[in-house]
Design a protein around this ligand. Structure first.
Ligand code: UT7
Length: 329
């Protein structure tokens, strides 16, 4: 799917993020599995990640992120009429985490549902919320992206354990004076889905019980996919919207691996200083990755009113998705 926004004056008016307190360093990881800080830094650029406490579930991370986004937007939860929560690690399959969040926040009039699109979930949710608002179905949306991937990792598998962390982010979408959203490109390739999967997590019966319920990843294949789609999707949305890559002020790729991100920025011709990087501190937080990066960029003063922002996510599905917007906050 590719589309240019119609110019409706809809934009992000509030942004928030939250990560658990517990920091897990590479050195600590090397006491759990056969790995080293040198290997992880060289192959991924990740130094440390946050890990949820045993009693914390997704909504415990998403709630503070959502409250921060609402506060920044000066919006009361009761005025939110759409709440989409992108995650692959909801508190439980149902009730949905979005319904739980709407209840805890106090948004009784909100349509609330969870959205599954792997690490691309936030980009899918953002496009959907924009579309619902542009169609006049919703007036004020809260889009949450977050995951507690540490719960579904095999803590004996070094190839996945080193990559992921826990965290959540949220944005408020409202009608504003100037259009923020410019366009989106979203896609999926179920044929490649097997390269990043969570066997035993749904209605498909898995005969082999071993490893069920844990993330399985073919790292090399996902790496190839990631380097390809981060470039192709960004070029597609830029081309479709008639925007040159030189106009991009802030580039926010999915925080998967510094090597993947550097490759994408290089191929696209985006100077590294325009790219937001926080994967070194948080690892890959899946649906939380892009809103967490946006929140960090805002805190560091790197997101300014009028900036052209390019975001691209990719992940399980396999899925990918880009969004182009003018920052209006
Ligand atoms: O949102 C999407 C989520 N997924 C991704 O973004 C993952 C994309 N893939 C990657 O980031 C990379 O493929 C990894 C970081 C996972 C792995 O890096 P790589 O350069 O592709 O390494 P590799 O899988 O080709 O493995 C190279 C070697 C192997 O040893 P041999 O066969 O060469 O002897 C692995 O067994 O490194 C070994 N290895 C490790 N060594 C130390 C694999 N994991 C580790 C580890 N520590 N944690």
């Amino acid at each position: 799917m590719i589309g240019k926004a119609r110019g409706d004056p809809i934009s992000i008016t509030g942004l928030g993020a939250h990560v658990p307190e517990r920091v897990l360093t590479n050195d600590e990881l090397s006491t759990i599995v056969d790995t080293s800080d040198e290997w992880i830094m060289a192959r991924t650029g990740i130094r440390e990640r946050r890990i949820a406490a045993p009693e914390q579930a997704l909504t415990d991370l998403a709630l503070p992120a959502a409250r921060a986004a609402l506060a920044q937007a000066h919006v009361e939860a009761k005025d939110v009429d759409l709440l989409v929560c992108a995650t692959v690690t909801p508190d439980m399959m149902f009730p949905t985490s979005s319904a739980l969040l709407a209840d805890e926040l106090g948004a009784p009039d909100a349509a609330a549902y969870d959205l599954l699109a792997g690490c691309t979930g936030f980009m899918y949710a953002l496009a959907q919320a924009y579309g619902m608002m542009a169609a006049g179905l919703a007036q004020r949306a809260l889009v949450v992206g977050g995951d507690v991937l540490s719960r579904i990792l095999d803590w004996t598998d070094r190839s996945t354990l080193i990559l992921f962390g826990d965290g959540a982010g949220a944005v408020v979408l409202e009608r504003v004076e100037r259009p923020g959203f410019i366009g989106f490109e979203l896609g999926a390739d179920g044929g490649g889905g097997i390269h990043l999967s969570l066997p035993g997590s749904g209605s498909r019966r898995m005969e082999d019980a071993e490893g069920n319920g844990f993330v399985h990843m073919n790292g090399r294949e996902v790496f190839k996919f990631a380097t390809r789609v981060l470039v192709a999707s960004a070029q597609a949305v830029l081309g479709h919207c008639g925007v040159s890559v030189d106009e991009v002020d802030v580039y926010v790729p999915h925080q998967a691996n510094v090597r993947i991100m550097d490759h994408a920025a290089g191929k696209l011709g985006i100077p590294r200083e325009r790219m937001i990087v926080n994967v070194d501190r948080y690892g890959n937080t899946s649906s939380g990755s892009i809103p967490l990066a946006l929140a960090d960029a805002q805190r560091e003063g790197r997101l300014k009113k009028g900036d052209l922002v390019l975001m691209t996510g990719m992940g399980a599905g396999l899925t990918w998705g880009s969004g182009l917007m003018e920052w209006t906050l």
